[in-house]
Design a protein around this ligand. Structure first.
Ligand SMILES: [Zn+2]
Length: 269
């Protein structure tokens, strides 16, 4: 599932269309991605408008069009954005295609957990749902006090599970949450209420560090994170802990419904 860095990577895939107008909108109207705004509303609302800009916030994206029109987009589990030639014939999973003068912008999603929504604002400002999103790890508002206070509200929740809570940690998903726990050497099952102030500060700092690095490496050109991270070793059974001097076999197990990977030596638990 795309997390903040993958989301930012996909957002930028539509950049070649910036500054040009939508000639035609092609949709699969029955696709579940239109459950918030019907396809016909998006077709009528955006045709003829110029694509002005975009932003990512956690797992959410917002695309700005002329005349105060805004397309919210969430990739869900399997959504992808790409460009295609103008004469692109939408494939089976290409549920939303904007045909511009010299290329097409394509949103494809085979599992259809993704979604789009249209807002047209009178004041031209981004829609209120966007402005009210909680600060993401790279923002100035993502302070250690905010993180500590958020975590104190859920003392019984395992650290890993809390890191997945988009109200506190927008954009953090399964691999990043495992990475943060592993780099901190804290078992992912640790109830957050048992962490002292110093540990909570470390969680805040590591969340920022992992987010920043993921955005730099994956968000720029889908590069490879260093092999010294858990990321490249967590996907299959029998993976080996990459920490220098450890070499224990990693454990993969369910934690509150999510596959979780950790090192029994470095992290215990
Ligand atoms: Zn280890």
């Amino acid at each position: 599932m795309p997390e903040l860095a993958e989301v930012d990577y996909f957002r930028k895939q539509w950049n070649p269309g910036l500054g040009t107008s939508i000639r035609r909108v092609q949709t699969h109207p029955a696709a579940r991605i239109f459950r918030d705004s019907p396809a016909v509303a998006i077709e009528r609302g955006l045709a003829g408008r110029c694509f002005l800009g975009s932003a990512a916030h956690g797992k959410q994206m917002l695309f700005e069009f002329s005349g105060g029109a805004w397309l919210g987009l969430h990739l869900g589990m399997s959504g992808e954005l790409r460009t295609a030639p103008c004469d692109h014939v939408p494939a089976k999973h290409d549920h939303l295609v904007f045909v511009l003068d010299s290329l097409s912008l394509v949103f494809s999603d085979y599992r259809m957990f993704g979604r789009v929504s249209l807002d047209i604002t009178e004041d031209g400002l981004a829609p209120s749902w966007w402005r009210e999103l909680p600060p993401q790890p790279a923002d100035a508002g993502f302070t250690k006090t905010r993180v500590r206070d958020f975590m104190r509200r859920f003392p019984k929740t395992p650290l890993k599970t809390l890191l997945l809570d988009q109200r506190g940690f927008p954009g953090i998903g399964n691999w990043m949450a495992d990475e943060i726990c592993w780099q901190l050497r804290i078992p992912p099952q640790t109830p957050s209420g048992t962490l002292d102030d110093l540990s909570l500060e470390a969680v805040w700092k590591m969340t920022r560090r992992v987010s920043r690095e993921a955005l730099r490496v994956i968000g720029t050109d889908w590069g490879e994170l260093p092999d010294s991270w858990l990321m490249n070793h967590r996907w299959r059974d029998g993976g080996i802990c990459p920490r220098r001097g450890c070499k224990s076999e990693l454990v993969r197990d369910d934690l509150r419904g999510r596959t979780t990977c950790w090192c029994p030596s470095c992290q215990g638990g």
